[in-house]
Design a protein around this ligand. Structure first.
Ligand code: ATP
Ligand code: MG
Length: 287
């Protein structure tokens, strides 16, 4: 009897161990899958975009990696801004605009599983022309968090300081917080707009030619800022400057007539482009 109990116990223990092993393997698989999706901020598959009858983007697939800077280059009208605006569903406001295909943001389908308003907080955008509100510097930053429901003055003060510090504006602006943002220089206004975007607590910052209206020194400040911010944020930047793409981006995507011709590590793309059209464009033969 004792022998039988021992065998049964041994059998039960082996069974339990086997089940635990299976559970561990399952847990590992789930964790790996989560890590796999978390690696990419955006996973775009076979995306087409139409403005009415006009197809502006054709079968775009692109994985945008977390905490990297991805540059989008290509001649005027090739669809860079259109692609960028699709990532936070800003094209929803364009009448007649239709998107097909799939876009995952942090593993979730932006058209099915994410509220568009919440998406726009998480995926902030900075435009070519700085667009501060005609309000004080403080109010420019506090406006978004207030709309998000934060009323406590101390908390708002904290957010304003933190966002301005992150956007490398605090020292220049801390003594003029109540002054109009319109009195700032173009470069300062652009950094203020980046601070305003950061105040909404995004995980991504989309930048559409953020330095094309700025002088070289302001441009360098924005580029340094982008390099600093990528530690904590994913950045996608549209630029007409090949030098800028080379200087700051990890990956580059080359668009032409609505198609993504090449998407690669920036260094590889600029030293050894795989498509002749990319080579022509980056060496300045057209565009
Ligand atoms: N709201 C719109 N309605 C209709 N067509 C549009 C709209 N916005 C853009 N387009 C068209 O879609 C194409 C892509 O435009 P988009 O603005 O994305 O180009 P881009 O690559 O950003 O160009 P640029 O470098 O000049 O900013 C163009 O042919 C443009 O005319
Ligand atoms: Mg554009």
């Amino acid at each position: 009897m004792a022998e039988m109990t021992k065998t049964l116990t041994g059998f039960a223990a082996a069974e339990i161990e086997k089940k635990q092993g299976a559970v561990r393997a399952q847990e590992q698989a789930v964790a790996q899958e989560a890590a796999g999706t978390a690696e990419y901020t955006f996973d775009v598959t076979d995306m087409d975009l139409f403005y009415g009858d006009f197809q502006a983007l054709n079968s775009i697939s692109m994985k945008i990696k977390k905490h990297e800077i991805t540059a989008l280059i290509g001649p005027s009208g090739c669809g860079k801004s259109t692609f960028l605006k699709t990532l936070n569903r800003m094209n929803d406001w364009v009448e007649g605009c239709r998107v097909t295909g799939k876009i995952l943001f942090e593993g979730k389908d932006i058209f099915k599983e994410v509220d568009p308003l919440a998406l726009r907080y998480r995926v902030g955008m900075v435009f070519q022309q700085p667009t501060p509100f005609p309000k004080s510097i403080y109010e420019n930053i506090a406006y978004g968090p207030r709309i998000q429901g934060i009323k406590d003055k101390k908390k708002l003060d904290e957010i304003v300081e933190k966002s301005l510090r992150q956007a490398a504006c605090w020292d220049e602006m801390k003594d003029r917080l109540s002054k109009s943002a319109l009195g700032l220089s173009g470069g300062q206004q652009q950094r203020l707009c980046i601070a305003r975007t950061l105040a909404a607590d995004p995980s991504v910052i989309l930048m559409d030619e953020p330095t094309s209206a700025l002088d070289p020194i302001s441009t360098q400040k924005i580029e340094d800022l982008a390099l600093e911010l990528k530690e904590n944020y994913t950045i996608v930047i549209v630029t007409h400057s090949m030098q800028q793409a080379r200087r700051i981006s990890d990956k580059t995507g080359f668009f032409l007539l609505g198609e993504l011709i090449e998407f690669n590590n920036t260094l590889d793309m600029f030293t050894n482009p795989s498509n002749p059209k990319t080579e022509e464009y980056i060496t300045g033969r057209f565009g």
